[in-house]
Design a protein around this ligand. Structure first.
Ligand SMILES: Cc1cc2nc3c(=O)[nH]c(=O)nc-3n(C[C@H](O)[C@H](O)[C@H](O)COP(=O)(O)O)c2cc1C
Length: 367
């Protein structure tokens, strides 16, 4: 093992870590194929509901918890639930973000259906908050939604963006989909806010641990649980192998693994030329669903324009330690009394890998 370790890795002074180029076959086989299979299965179903669902499950959602569950037992209908066992009680105590993720799912479902000539109508929260999120009724006839063309390319880009402004023309086009912020002073203030809020989360043990517990480190963990925060690829495989990257190290503020993580996030959050938000006048469950429907459309449009988008939700989280930053986010980003539902970085990012998904079959609870 020791000689392997030497082959795999060079740790440079100062804690910067580089994977050695000599790592060979081991590293090139680190793709979690099984966890990515649902992307290949999209569009491979005969039943129109399953066909559309196979795309809907590619929706962005907090911590990639994929809380959707569907009942297909009634013809031409999908009853959609949110699986409460996927809740995030510390970082999303009021399930606001999880509800937004369900909104992204609903929008992708109807968008996909429109591409096979079906309209989906929703009855939202038909039994109140504790029942299904929606009953979706499928009927023949629809105009195909062109944003659907971007579904397979869409990502939440968790990378530093190029030092290149978002062109005024593109910002203008995007403003039909969300609020776009490119003003230098505002961008500087939001950069500081997003970093300060990230550090509050990192220093709030129960919130930090909630995210750490959902880390899937390396191929085997990602394939076994294709959700949560996937840390895959050759570099992560190597860091795991040598014991630098582990859930334990991330909980230890003195470890090189934690310090590397802080550096990576600091660089990433700083490399941001613009931001986007979705705000709502009130903050009902229906508003949250609508915010999710808007966010996915914004994300698909950024994809169409060659731009990258990443939600950054720390400042919007609703626990006491974050209250000051939550208030500041609202002062900077919303009219008095309105709610900032989504806050994200916008810019030119690299092309990145797909994130894992549970297969559709794991999400069908009936039918
Ligand atoms: C409501 C909501 C909040 C999110 N918050 C964050 C966040 O704070 N940081 C982040 O990196 N990604 C965030 N995401 C993005 C998810 O992590 C991402 O959608 C998920 O991992 C799946 O990846 P994909 O969007 O690239 O398919 C959020 C997504 C949603 C819908």
């Amino acid at each position: 093992m020791k000689s392997n370790r030497r082959k795999f890795l060079k740790i440079l002074g100062g804690g910067t870590v580089l994977a050695a180029a000599t790592a060979g076959t081991f590293l090139s086989t680190r793709t979690p194929e099984k966890a990515l299979a649902p992307w290949e299965m999209a569009g491979n179903y005969k039943d129109v509901r399953k066909w559309a669902l196979s795309y809907a499950l590619l929706a962005p959602n907090p911590h990639n918890r994929q809380p959707w569950q569907v009942d297909l037992s009634i013809a031409d209908q999908v009853t959609i639930y949110r699986d409460r066992s996927k809740d995030l009680p510390h970082t999303d105590p009021f399930e606001r973000q999880l509800t937004i993720g369900m909104g992204c799912f609903l929008e992708l479902l109807s968008m996909a259906a429109s591409n096979v000539n079906h309209t989906v109508t929703y009855d939202l929260f038909p039994e109140g908050e504790d029942g299904p999120i929606a009953i979706a009724k499928f009927s023949q006839g629809a105009k195909a939604d062109p944003l659907f063309d971007q579904v397979m390319q869409r990502r939440s880009c968790k990378e530093p963006f190029l030092d290149k402004p978002v062109p005024v023309e593109l910002a203008k086009q995007l403003s039909d989909y969300g609020n776009v912020i490119t003003d230098a002073d505002q961008v500087a203030a939001l950069k500081k806010l997003s970093w300060d809020a990230w550090m509050v989360e990192a220093q709030t043990p129960r919130a930090w641990k909630e995210s750490i517990d959902l880390m899937r480190i390396g191929k085997a963990e990602i394939n076994a649980n294709p959700d949560g925060i996937d840390l895959g690829g050759p570099l992560m495989a190597t860091l795991k192998l040598v014991g630098i990257m582990s859930r334990e190290s991330q909980l230890d503020k003195e470890s090189s693994g934690y310090k590397e993580g802080v550096k990576i996030y600091h660089n990433m959050l700083n490399a941001t030329p613009a931001y986007c938000t979705i705000t709502t006048a009130s903050n009902s469950r229906v508003d949250q669903i609508e915010a999710g429907r808007k966010w996915i459309r914004l994300n698909l449009m950024t994809t169409a324009l060659g731009l990258s988008l990443q939600p950054i939700s720390q400042a919007l989280q609703e626990y006491p330690e974050m209250a000051e930053h939550y208030t500041q986010a609202h002062q900077l980003l919303a009219q008095p009394g309105h709610t900032v539902q989504m806050f994200g970085r916008l810019g030119y990012g690299p092309s990145i890998a797909r994130t894992p998904r549970w297969p559709l079959e794991a999400k069908i609870i009936n039918g």
